[in-house]
Design a protein around this ligand. Sequence first.
Ligand SMILES: Cc1cc2nc3c(=O)[nH]c(=O)nc-3n(C[C@H](O)[C@H](O)[C@H](O)COP(=O)(O)OP(=O)(O)OC[C@H]3O[C@@H](n4cnc5c(N)ncnc54)[C@H](O)[C@@H]3O)c2cc1C
Length: 489
Amino acid sequence: MSESERPIHVVGGGIAGLVAAITAAEGGAPVVLHEAGGRLGGRAVGSAERPWVNLGPHVVFTDGALVRWLRQQRIDVSMRGPMVRGLRMLDDRGTQFPIRQAVQLLPTVLRREAPVDETFGAWAGNAFGEATADLLCRLGGLITYHHDPGALSARFMWERYRRSFLSADRVRWISGGWLSLVDALAARARTLGVHIELDDRVMPQTLPDAPTVIATKLSAAARVLDRGLSWPGARTALLDVATTSDRGWPAVIADVRSDLATCCMIERETAVDPDALGGKGGHLIQAQLGVAPDVGVAEGVARIEDGLDVGFPGWRDAIGWRRAQIVVDATGAVDPPGTTWRDRPSVVQGDDLFLAGDAVAAPGFLSEVSVNSAVDAARRALNARRGRAFAPGWPTVELTPERRLAVLAAVLPAASLNTTTAASADDVEPVDETGPGYRVEQRAGVTTATSITADDGGVRITRLASSRLPGIARAAVERLPVWRRPFRR
Ligand SMILES: Cc1cc2nc3c(=O)[nH]c(=O)nc-3n(C[C@H](O)[C@H](O)[C@H](O)COP(=O)(O)OP(=O)(O)OC[C@H]3O[C@@H](n4cnc5c(N)ncnc54)[C@H](O)[C@@H]3O)c2cc1C
């Protein structure tokens, strides 16, 4: 086999592996995807016996990497907004529509910069007062599945809180659960000729000598690469119950009672195929609670059930099927004080090996990290493959977004390029790195394209501006309808 026929290998067939495989195949490489299990999907489907029952709620954001990448790829996945009227908050006074909490959280609407180094609890206490900070920290459980969100980095939590609570109109549930997403990705991969090997666990000794994307959990990647790779995650108790009746229960209950430093989320938004539950009920209730390292399944699940007893009266009499478990490091990375996503294990691992997944150095929220890192890893693997096939031994010049803007500035008429430095990239922190790597905006007839580069030299913001940029203007016009296309509900 000649170098140019050699494939890129992708290890892991979850969201990250499928996105990496599609990106590499679209880049013109033959691709082999190795999945250890008997079906594709990884954590997005959770279990081979009941793939329709998500491991958790699995919401996506219309401004995030996953949804935008799907739109760019024209992969059709049907989504719907949350049932806001069915939302309830369970606090020490009982269950109610969360009007009082909404009023309490009003001051959080104002933009502020949260520090990386401080804990969210301490920072929020100073910024909003103890009572509001307590509520904010508990609500953080909904977006991190962590037992103590107040102990995490203020910036990490604040950014996630603002995206999910203050832009709730961008939240979507995937109709039919994440299995439909996985099926759509798998269909695209197959159409592009990706060779999929199931029941094929890659070990250090079977690691191919070729550009390879390792798209597994970090612990599995550490075993495959035989090196230390780790980052903090959450430990989460999960209870899934299929009930034989629906007694007019709420759609979502956020249990923020004061015995917890976090929140227990109970929801029944995830679509499910009743046949997949073996005729044992067609209504699925799912609950997640971040638990400390010393809490066992029985204790964690008992606390979840206590919330169900209050919010879903009669649920015990309607149980058709149930599943209880604790998952570890399964809900994505959490950044402790003093760290950001840039400090996590790098996508680039040397020797043409690249990491993708939800705990590596890429921006975004939960699975968005998998998507951003998968696109990045696949592009780098394509580059490495080109280097091996056509220019062995040559140094590769990486056309970073910053360099792309410099090239555009040189060739486009009346373009100005301006680079400034910043103490932090917080204001312009990217959530989607699957596009060209710079953000295009048009205001008052001026088109700007902005890239942010953070490296050892600090944070550089490079801005290309012009009132006459035909290429970028066209790109912006093409991209905007993609972002703004209305979603099916
Ligand atoms: C309770 C819960 C709730 C969640 N809620 C949300 C949410 O609301 N929104 C959201 O965006 N995300 C959510 N997530 C996170 C989301 O599920 C994950 O980020 C995403 O599924 C991770 O995909 P991945 O491909 O990176 O990893 P995985 O899905 O873990 O895929 C890795 C794959 O690699 C395979 N593998 C492992 N070792 C090997 C090997 N040696 N050789 C070959 N294959 C191997 C595994 O079998 C697996 O299929 C949630 C997760 C949980 C558990």
